[in-house]
Design a binder for this molecule. Structure first.
Ligand SMILES: Cc1cc2nc3c(=O)[nH]c(=O)nc-3n(C[C@H](O)[C@H](O)[C@H](O)COP(=O)(O)OP(=O)(O)OC[C@H]3O[C@@H](n4cnc5c(N)ncnc54)[C@H](O)[C@@H]3O)c2cc1C
Length: 418
């Protein structure tokens, strides 16, 4: 059998594949990163980087570059309408006492990807092949082989002991391996518009819960602002600046200037979960393994937690003394638990914002001011910023494993009268 081309193959240089490559590069693990695109389109999906992800970037020595480019969102203002116009309902400060990063960093995903790609230059262990698509995957007992098609159509076979599939929602790798995915579509849809910001709302996230539907508004770097409006009607929403402008005006009173249009998009949220996050020597990370409603901004951040845990497992094994199989076996159950926790929160945030019936809206409007005041606000902030999503670190996972083992040994002792 020919020698391996790398220790790890990564398919997909979205934010999750890039972050994983940075971790592996820093440890000196020979890695090949395949990306089928050779250029990026306009616009950007994710903009919110949570405090936990900022800590991950700090571990890599990259956080200062991110902070220099992004906008620090330190609070969220909630508005609700019980009569004609929305009135302020509550304000949530996003930083807890002692938090290293008491804010969510707003940075377009294209910039996140660009910064991570730039950082890869520091670590020669990683070879990035853009314009190269993985078109076939085959598993052997101790390795995995990918057929990769390069920019000019030429094909090569690449072999490694492990493949990380970071190939995004609907993962082609999962399809090639015949894995199924549970899909749940939600009966709401959203339109999104990025605009030059003339709102005067400052570096604060604004959430409008109105009878006509929700509006979320986030500051972005470069003097821009993102507006996300709940679409009305059952049809598939298409991107439309005009509809965003009309609905923002009707629901918030803010008049968006058509001259400040930058990018429009539309989406219908889905929750998808791959039946296995690991199949033999292929490990799935990020949207390839799971997706959740973007309202709540947790998809990319959850993928970052996957990448961090997988990287830690591989680093430990490389340092020696650990069995790869034993550590890899922990990846699936813990990341599934972490994903499900984040997905529940995303769904909750989306559900709370999009209530239309009068009675639940009235109850929500009563509860929100209570939940956003101490001490309950601490839990809410933890949910909002994801700092209390479990099992994103290997040390946390191993500590729980130790507790479970000790509890198991205790029960065995009791049963044997010891
Ligand atoms: C409107 C919207 C707003 C969002 N906002 C947020 C937010 O604020 N915060 C947040 O955390 N998340 C947010 N998300 C979710 C976030 O965008 C995704 O979770 C994130 O992009 C997932 O990253 P990824 O690297 O797993 O996948 P992707 O970004 O999809 O990257 C996958 C990459 O794999 C490549 N690829 C695929 N197949 C192959 C192949 N066969 N060979 C080679 N390359 C391949 C693709 O070209 C792509 O570059 C939002 C999503 C949407 C839709």
């Amino acid at each position: 059998m020919p020698a391996a081309d790398a220790e790890v193959l990564i398919v997909g240089a979205g934010p999750v594949g890039l972050l994983l490559a940075c971790f592996l590069g820093r440890t000196g693990i020979p890695t090949i990163l395949l990306e089928r695109r050779s250029s990026r389109g306009p616009g950007s999906k994710a903009i919110g980087i949570t405090p936990t992800s900022l800590e991950v970037l700090a571990e890599l020595g990259l956080v200062d570059r991110f902070l220099a480019r992004g906008v620090q969102v330190r609070s969220a203002a909630v508005h609700a309408d019980e009569d004609a116009r929305p009135r302020p309902l509550a304000r949530l400060e996003l930083g807890g006492p002692g938090a290293a990063f008491p804010f969510i960093l707003s940075l377009p995903q294209v910039d996140t990807e660009a910064l991570l790609r730039e950082a890869l230059g520091r670590w020669p262990a990683v070879r990035l092949r853009e314009g190269t698509e993985a078109v076939e995957v085959r598993q052997e007992s101790s390795s995995v082989t990918v057929r990769a098609r390069g920019p000019s159509g030429g094909e090569t076979l690449l072999r490694a002991p492990l493949l990380a599939a970071c190939d995004g929602a609907g993962s082609p790798m999962a399809g090639l391996l015949g894995l199924r995915r549970r899909v749940r579509r939600f009966p709401v849809a959203f339109r999104m518009g990025d605009y030059r910001d003339e709102s005067g709302l400052g570096p604060v996230a604004h959430l409008y819960f109105t009878r006509l539907g929700s509006v979320e508004s986030f500051p972005m770097p470069g003097g821009l602002r993102r507006w996300i409006v709940q679409a009305t009607g059952a049809e598939e929403p298409e991107p439309s600046f005009e509809k965003v402008e009309a609905q923002v005006l009707a629901r918030t009173g803010q008049r968006l200037d058509p001259g400040g249009r930058v990018w429009a998009s539309a989406f219908r949220p889905e929750r998808t979960e791959l039946e296995r996050f690991r199949a033999g020597r292929v490990v799935f990370c990020g949207d390839a393994a799971h997706t959740m409603p973007p309202i709540g901004g947790q998809g990319m951040n959850t993928g970052f937690a996957d990448a961090r845990l997988l990287a830690r497992v591989l680093e430990r094994c490389r340092r020696g003394g650990e069995n790869l199989e034993n550590l890899l076996a922990l990846y699936e159950p813990y990341r599934r638990t972490g994903f499900r926790a984040a997905a529940r929160r995303s769904r909750l945030f989306m559900g709370v914002g999009t209530l239309r019936a009068a009675a639940p809206r009235a109850l929500r409007n009563l509860l929100v001011p209570v939940l956003t005041r101490p001490p309950l606000s601490r839990t809410l902030v933890g949910h909002f910023t994801m700092v209390n999503v479990p099992y994103s670190t290997l040390s946390g996972v191993l500590a729980r494993e130790r507790r479970l083992r000790l509890a198991g040994e205790g029960q065995a002792d009791e049963a044997s009268g010891g």
